[in-house]
Design a protein around this ligand. Structure first.
Ligand code: DAH
Length: 339
């Protein structure tokens, strides 16, 4: 019996060494220690052993049983570790594999330019106001000294919703809307979309962007206008840029002017961008017309102000050297991803 036990131990340990999975391990356990297992059967046969030998044999059987149990436990540990290792190996990430490219969107050059322009004016203490794109004729024209038969209406032909409602042709109605709501001091910019019934070509689009500026307070002079807009030009186009103001006419400002800046490409020498003149037209501006102040309930004998307006598209085109305004509205990714 002793030899048999020894043989069981040897074969069990041998099988345990070979076991590679939990199932195999369980099968070995059942084979030797299960109800009908080889060792269990020997335990059962103890009855036939003589009383003198019984304690000795019992001791040996127990030793073998304990040894097997211990060996099974150890093998279970080893298998568990191996399985863990395998799992880790299977899940390993190959960092040399090419990743999945995510297509990231970008800001539109109009938004980028608008934001940098806004930053310049915000740093000078302006706040931003907005108004409707579908506008009353009164705000877009009438209150800005552009009555029904005024030639300026021809230049700014637009889309009519009805006789009294238009798609705004300029951001200037924000001057009126702001002054109606707020007594001076006023210092605002008003960016937004405007509309004109122009045929599309390299420099015309029926939709484009403008920005309006308005400052009204006691004692505002043309010097304030020049100082503000000159600083804007230098912040926008470079410290060395010089500005000049040419007399012009706008119905809602008096006197009115257009501001030119030295060409930032050729620095005034004359090139393709400035059409050889060395100067680039930047914006329209002027002192708010007394009648416009009166239209908004502001006394022109107490207050004065200046206003300015420019096309944001034009600024984008100047800044990036874009020659065709259509590129800004065609949503061609090949163009847009350059910014
Ligand atoms: N609204 C004018 C335009 O569309 C631009 C402009 C000129 C705005 C002079 C002003 C200004 O506020 O003072 O042509």
């Amino acid at each position: 019996m002793k030899e048999k036990l020894e043989a069981i131990k040897v074969s069990a340990l041998g099988e345990l060494k070979e076991a590679v999975s939990k199932t195999e391990l369980e099968n070995i356990r059942v084979k030797f220690l299960g109800k009908k297992g080889e060792l269990t059967q020997i335990l059962r046969a103890m009855g036939s052993v003589s009383p003198e030998e019984r304690p000795i044999m019992g001791k040996i059987v127990n030793e073998v049983k304990e040894a097997l149990e211990k060996a099974i436990e150890e093998a279970a540990g080893v298998i568990k570790n191996k399985e863990k290792e395998l799992k880790l190996k299977r899940e390993v990430i190959d960092i040399s594999m090419p990743g999945k490219m995510k297509l990231l969107g970008k800001r539109h050059p109009l938004s980028l330019t608008l934001e940098s322009i806004q930053d310049i004016f915000l740093s000078m203490g302006f706040s931003i106001v907005e108004g409707p794109e579908v506008e009353l004729d009164y705000y877009n024209f009438e209150a800005l000294n552009i009555p029904k038969n005024h030639p300026a209406r021809g230049e700014q032909d637009t889309f009519y919703i009805n006789d009294n409602i238009v798609l705004r042709t300029q951001t200037s109605p924000l001057q009126i809307r702001t002054m109606e709501k707020q007594q001076p001091p006023i210092k605002v910019i008003a960016p937004g979309k405007v509309y004109r019934s122009d045929a599309v070509d390299a420099s015309h689009s029926p939709i484009f962007y403008q920005m309006e500026g308005l400052v009204v307070d006691k004692g505002i002079t043309f010097a304030d206008l020049k100082g503000t807009l000159d600083l804007f030009a230098r912040k926008m186009f470079g410290e060395d840029v010089k500005t000049k103001f040419r007399p012009h006419h706008f119905p809602f400002t008096e006197p009115s002017a257009e501001m030119d800046a030295t060409c930032f490409l050729c620095e005034g020498e004359g090139c393709k961008l400035c059409k050889g003149s060395g100067w680039i037209e930047i914006l329209g501006c002027g002192m708010v017309h007394p009648q416009v102040l009166r239209n908004c309930g502001i006394d022109p004998d107490v207050y004065s102000g200046f206003a300015f307006g420019f096309g944001i598209d034009r600024m984008v085109m100047l800044k990036y050297g874009i020659e065709d305004i259509r590129l800004l509205y065609e949503s061609d990714v090949r163009f847009l991803k350059q910014f």
